[in-house]
Design a protein around this ligand. Structure first.
Ligand code: UDP
Length: 413
């Protein structure tokens, strides 16, 4: 007998199967990927990251781990714990990997390595056939598994185009112990001595954040947050983080509003491993005025409704590992203006399926152009959706991982 409540029968649950993708990628695509999953048989994989909540890594691992399980690969996801002091240190590492030039002191190294050691004591990975560690937070774990006999892979999700050399040299001591490193984009490749691979992120088109919404649902969700729709909406949905440049967004919006009246909605959740978010939020709240709505909430359906209803979606990042918010908005046929950096450049072809900008002035100019031209918005939006369908759906990410894991299969057998 089912243990589920009558309201939640299994048939109503999102099952995260490959078959769901058939209308999007075709039957041949589904068969090809399913055959690759079958070949890997009963492999056991463990992913390790620092937070279930917040930014892009969580967004990727949620559907990926579910799809891997639905495809027959036993996949766990472990979360490492940390103190605020630890997350202060790892945020600094994150910032230096993205190019900020600040030292990482010996005292910080001690906190970082001690907390990771404590997490290693609680992790039992003996039964795994492959371990995949995400981002710098859990990176030193590997040093505490000297007898490992399965491949360990480190996946880095940040913009690694110009890491700060002294900190990079420190982290390389750990990275060098892994069987391979995985980066989001070819330009983040590093001379590591060991193997490296590239896996571009993707989105789950069936999640609450990306599923189709009716006009009534969209109206309802915007209404819940008192977002007015009398003027066109311009939005940026991003962690409150300096690399996402919320102050540049406000500056661009103010310039654009002098020419076309519109409302700016800034939405941010707060990743539990990101200690800087509160300060950034305070700074932008003090800059807000009547036409600017700032929401600090974590509501995927609001994100969905906003990306579907905004006339313009901004992601004016100064650094961006990949930029899932761009993919999500493009999938909904939005006209997106992105910072001309990192992964955003791989998604937007300037003037074709969105715009790329370097300055607030350029962003203001593109906002005005888009607000004045509904046809341009529709044209750009439909090309945007098609480019996501071809390149950035979860089925493609699953296939990349199956290909990658099969390269390590001899060590699994
Ligand atoms: N996100 C969200 N609510 C917010 C802000 C962000 O759900 O208020 C999600 C966003 O939809 C995306 C992810 O967090 O899926 C952010 O990933 P991205 O690659 O854009 O940036 P990161 O936060 O990893 O730097």
């Amino acid at each position: 007998m089912s243990m589920l409540t009558p309201a939640v029968q299994r048939s109503t649950l999102g099952l995260h199967t490959l078959e769901q993708y058939e209308p999007l990628i075709g039957a041949a695509g589904v068969e090809r990927i399913a055959a690759k999953a079958n070949r890997l048989g009963t492999m056991r994989v463990a992913h390790i990251s620092s937070t279930f909540y917040g930014g892009g890594v969580t967004e990727l691992l949620t559907p990926l781990t579910l799809m891997m399980n639905a495809s027959g690969i036993e996949t766990d996801w472990h979360l490492i714990q940390g103190t605020p002091g630890f997350f202060g240190c790892t945020k600094k590492l994150h910032n230096t990997l993205q190019g900020e030039r600040v030292e990482f002191s010996d005292a910080e190294k001690t906190i970082y390595e001690q907390v990771v050691f404590e997490n290693a004591m609680r992790l039992h990975l003996e039964d795994c056939d492959a371990v995949i560690v995400h981002d710098p937070q859990p990176l030193p774990l590997i040093a505490h598994f000297p007898d490992r006999d399965m491949p360990w892979l480190w996946q880095c999700h940040v913009d690694l185009s110009s890491p700060y050399a002294p900190v990079w040299a420190y982290l390389r001591r750990f990275i060098g112990q892994y069987d391979a490193a995985i980066f989001s984009l070819p330009e983040y490749g590093q001379d590591l001595g060991g193997g490296q691979h590239f896996v571009t992120p993707a989105i789950d088109p069936f999640s609450a954040k990306n599923r189709e919404l009716s006009a009534r649902e969209i109206g309802e969700f915007l209404g819940n947050y008192k977002i007015p729709t009398d003027r066109p909406l311009v939005t940026q949905i991003s962690r409150f983080d300096r690399w996402k440049d919320p102050t540049g967004v406000i500056e661009a919006f103010r310039k654009a509003r002098q020419q076309v009246d519109c409302t700016l909605v800034l939405v941010g959740n707060n990743a539990s491993d990101d200690p800087e978010g509160g300060k950034i939020l305070e700074a932008i709240q003090s800059a807000a005025d009547d036409g600017i709505i700032i929401l600090s909430v974590d509501d995927p359906t609001l994100v969905n409704a906003l990306q579907r209803s905004a006339a313009v979606v901004l992601q004016k990042s100064l650094r961006e590992g990949f930029g899932l918010t761009v993919t999500e908005a493009m999938w909904k046929g939005a006209a997106v203006i992105g910072g001309n950096v990192g992964g955003i450049r791989h998604q937007i072809k300037d003037g074709w399926n969105g715009f790329l900008v370097d300055t607030p002035d350029q962003a203001a100019d593109r906002i005005v152009r888009l607000l004045k031209d509904a046809r341009l918005r529709r044209q750009i939006g439909s090309r945007a959706r098609e480019s996501v369908r071809q390149n950035f759906l979860m089925s493609r990410l699953l296939e990349d991982w199956l290909d990658l894991l099969s390269r390590y299969e001899r060590r699994v057998a």
